[in-house]
Design a protein around this ligand. Structure first.
Ligand code: ADP
Length: 392
């Protein structure tokens, strides 16, 4: 039943059948008319014969016409319809193979070039979308990083204020303890060895506290500094000469990628060297004394001006995400008691801030750590000198 219904549907909707019906009915009408006129003018001819020839003629002509129409019209149009369906379903590779030079052939050619162009546009769109997604991802990561840095900077700034207060309050009592302990030590008779030992412990511990306090001065940015024109590349090379002789660095190799074109900048060379040493000691500790440290200098251009960038990459285990945001805090350390004070990076942070610069870390666990220091070519304190050097 369904097959029959489909058949009828096909016959009524097929272009070939429509054409056959139209031409066939025209031929039947004209055939009947001519037969009638022929019989009327030739009464000697038998009607049955005329009808037989007439009907056979109509059937043969209609069939021939049907075949011609199917081959030259319906079949190519069917191919076009099929190709359109495939294109609509997203298949842009499909092409129509037609040799016809007529309008249908031209239509197929246009279809082929249209789907070719659509394919190019689709690829372009896909590339744009991919690029856009990558750009969005990059910008999102940048915003997240900036936000993280802002939060850290705010946290460290308030810690800095607190530390500055503590340092100020602790300095004079500590100096008092050390001075008075020394005075007591002088007054103590030599035979009271136990008291002498105790006093020495007091002096030793008080001096240790004093060292921590001076360390904190760096972080709280209260320490005085002596800034002068400095060749950063030379300073790095000098620092390496100092550290290379230490046991800690005997199995560490250094790869220097210094941009010799960077101009001198105004920094306190001693403080800057302290930052470099802190970063190198941390790298060596992280690599357990064996690995490679790459130090690279370059010029980084930012919206607010040009910076000298000094990058330290190590081949250690890197930083787990949960500690990355805390490493610049004073007293934060993952090293065993007695080995780390947790002041190296916080002091370095304070020094870099005092130079109107930035210090950042980037690290994927297992892929080493990279510390980036950026120092401005033009500072508020010396706006001209660095710019002139940069031009020269
Ligand atoms: P300390 O060295 O006394 O621990 P720092 O402030 O210099 O103090 O460093 C804080 C912490 O940051 C270290 O204890 C360590 O966990 C982490 N850290 C610093 N540098 C690196 C590095 N290159 N690789 C892995 N972790 C590091």
């Amino acid at each position: 039943m369904l097959v029959q219904k489909n058949m009828i549907f096909y016959i009524f909707h097929s272009l070939t059948w429509k054409l056959i019906f139209t031409i066939g009915s025209m031929m039947v009408i004209w055939g009947v008319l001519f037969t009638y006129l022929f019989i009327a003018n030739n009464p000697q001819v038998k009607t049955v014969e005329v009808l037989l020839y007439g009907v056979s003629f109509v059937i043969v002509i209609s069939t021939a016409l049907g075949i011609i129409l199917y081959s030259f019209v319906t079949k190519p149009i069917g191919k076009l319809v099929d190709a359109m369906g495939k294109l609509a379903a997203g298949d842009m590779e499909h092409r129509i193979e037609l040799k016809n030079k007529d309008e249908i052939g031209i239509l197929a050619g246009s279809f082929n070039s249209m789907s070719g162009e659509l394919k190019i546009y689709k690829e372009k769109m896909e590339n744009w979308t991919k690029e856009l997604e990558q750009e969005v991802e990059k910008k999102t990561a940048e915003i997240m990083r900036a936000q993280e840095q802002l939060i850290n900077a705010e946290k460290l700034a308030s810690l800095g204020r607190m530390v500055a207060g503590v340092v100020h309050e602790m300095n004079s009592p500590l100096t008092g303890i050390i001075t008075f302990a020394h005075m007591m030590l002088k007054r103590t008779p030599e035979d009271r060895t136990e008291d002498i030992e105790d006093l020495k412990v007091i002096i030793g511990q008080a001096e240790r506290c004093s060292r921590i306090v001076s360390g904190l001065l760096g972080f709280s940015r209260k320490a005085a500094s002596e800034k002068k024109k400095t060749d950063i590349n030379d300073l790095i090379e000098n620092t390496l000469m100092i550290v290379k002789n230490q046991m800690k660095f005997h199995n560490v190799t250094f790869d220097l990628q210094l941009d010799k074109g960077i101009p001198d900048i105004i920094v306190d060379p001693n403080q800057m060297q302290q930052v470099f040493i802190n970063l190198l000691i941390n790298a060596s500790d992280a690599m357990e004394g064996r690995g490679k440290v790459t130090i690279a200098t370059s010029i980084a251009k930012e919206e607010d001006g040009d910076y000298v960038e000094i990058a330290f990459h190590d081949t250690g285990p890197g930083l787990p995400p949960e500690i990355k945001g805390r490493i610049f805090e004073p007293f934060f350390t993952t090293k065993p008691t007695g080995k780390g004070t947790g002041l190296g990076l916080s002091v370095s942070y304070g020094i870099i801030k005092k130079h109107e610069g930035q210090i950042n870390v980037s690290s994927q666990p297992g892929q080493g750590a990279s510390f980036y220091i950026r120092l401005p070519l033009r500072t508020k304190e010396a706006p001209e000198i660095n710019t002139e050097k940069a031009r020269g």
